[in-house]
Design a protein around this ligand. Structure first.
Ligand SMILES: C[S@@+](CC[C@H](N)C(=O)[O-])C[C@H]1O[C@@H](n2cnc3c(N)ncnc32)[C@H](O)[C@@H]1O
Length: 384
């Protein structure tokens, strides 16, 4: 299983990375803002950091984090301790030079040449008592199940402090390839065993039975089961976002997010919806660049209109709110993130939730007006 980047990876940002970086760049500043104010510190690990910056000048995941750290330091005095690990020497060297720019701005950017596994314990020690965010973005298979779940168990506490969250790349290309490997009589057992380690058991092989055609969505079933098991093993709220190279293509990976905080879940869903939009935007721009004389772009024809999606989501979310009111108590939106958004979680921004409260108010089903600074903190009351 290949685990390094190849060819033109670092020349410019490919479409899947647009979504990944947009999501990361929207989410982590909010993680720092929400969790860092208590101690004035946040600890961050980018375990498969790459070069930090593309040759095109666009920031990679490492530079995205360093920019956030620099801004938080200068604007709020919030100190991020950022660990970056990169196994390839060439990428590590480039990453070092990007990090030196941010170190000069006061950012605590620690770049390690080597395996993420070798640095994780130091990260956990540094993060003891402090908010910690792990970004794990391998090209192939990532951390073994036992390593990840033990790290989360170490961080788990009854009062949910300090917060810990992760965003992880779960390779669907690897699932499909290893599924084929497991089914084949010529399959390499060691490759399947390596995936057993990542998945925490052999359960995934059941989705790819020998001598039978696997279900067409066997890969998605494995991703869903992995997320379900991770939630069960860590007690975290786990959600994943599929990322593709083109519309209607199978995802190349899922971005799997884990948190113990409802606030995290709320902000992540909103960021995922906005990042999806950035993906479409980039696709449209790329198409125009490749065919500047076209009368209209194919992308513009198939891109879901965000307004149409939101228009469909608002009544559905209003209905979800009505259901929640049946419990007979007022509730804060953020305390019921998944029930509020239902199937529209990660598909629409938080604006749809405010519109749904307003809709309910107009229909006389709640005295709550939907007016208030932070949408997630809106309280919805039952009719008097
Ligand atoms: C997908 S790329 C990273 C992209 C980067 N996170 C971004 O979004 O800009 C994965 C990187 O992980 C590195 N890598 C692979 N296995 C690793 C390991 N066990 N520890 C540290 N780095 C590793 C590869 O050399 C490669 O540069």
């Amino acid at each position: 299983m290949a685990t390094g980047t190849r060819g033109a990876y670092w020349s410019e940002q490919a479409l899947p990375s647009v979504l990944k970086h947009s999501l990361l760049g929207r989410y982590i500043p909010q993680f720092g803002g929400m969790t860092g104010s208590r101690d004035g510190r946040v600890v961050y690990l980018d375990g498969y950091a790459g070069e930090g910056r593309y040759e095109s000048g666009e920031p990679g995941s490492a530079e995205i984090a360093m920019r956030v750290a620099s801004k938080h330091l200068s604007q709020h005095g919030l100190r991020w301790t950022c660990f970056f690990t990169e196994r390839e020497r060439k990428s590590f060297t480039r990453l070092q030079s990007v990090a030196s720019i941010y170190r000069a701005q006061g950012v605590d950017a620690r770049v390690h040449h080597g395996e993420v596994d070798g640095v994780l314990d130091e990260v956990l020690r540094t993060g003891a008592g402090l908010p910690l965010f792990l970004f794990l973005d391998p090209c192939g298979l990532g951390l073994p199940w036992s390593r990840l779940t033990q790290a989360m168990a170490l961080r788990r506490s009854p009062n949910r402090w300090p917060p810990t969250e992760f965003l992880m790349n779960f390779s669907m290309v690897a699932v499909r390839r290893l599924g084929g490997n497991a089914r084949s009589v010529k399959g390499v057992e060691r490759s399947s065993e390596r995936f057993d380690e990542v998945c925490g058991g052999r359960w995934w092989r059941d989705f790819f039975p020998a001598g039978k055609e696997p279900a067409p969505d066997a890969d998605e079933a494995v991703a869903a089961e992995y997320a379900r098991r991770l939630a069960a093993a860590t007690g975290m709220l786990v959600r994943s976002v599929p990322v593709s190279k083109a519309p209607h293509h199978k995802p190349v990976y899922h971005l799997v997010f884990g948190t113990w905080r409802q606030h995290g879940l709320w902000v992540f869903g909103d960021a995922a919806a906005r990042a999806r939009d950035a993906w479409w935007e980039k696709l449209e721009v790329a198409e125009e660049r490749n065919d500047p004389d076209a009368l209209f772009s194919t992308t513009s024809l198939i891109r879901p209109d965000p307004k149409v999606v939101t228009d469909a989501a608002v009544p559905a979310i209003a209905q979800n709110l009505e259901q929640l009111l049946k419990h007979g108590r007022p509730f804060k939106l953020v305390d019921h993130t998944l029930d509020v958004f239902g199937n529209y979680y990660g598909q629409v921004t938080e604006l749809a939730a405010r519109a749904a409260v307003k809709r309910l108010h107009e229909d006389g089903k709640t005295p709550s007006t939907g007016v208030g600074k932070k949408i997630r903190d809106l309280v919805v009351e039952a009719p008097r």
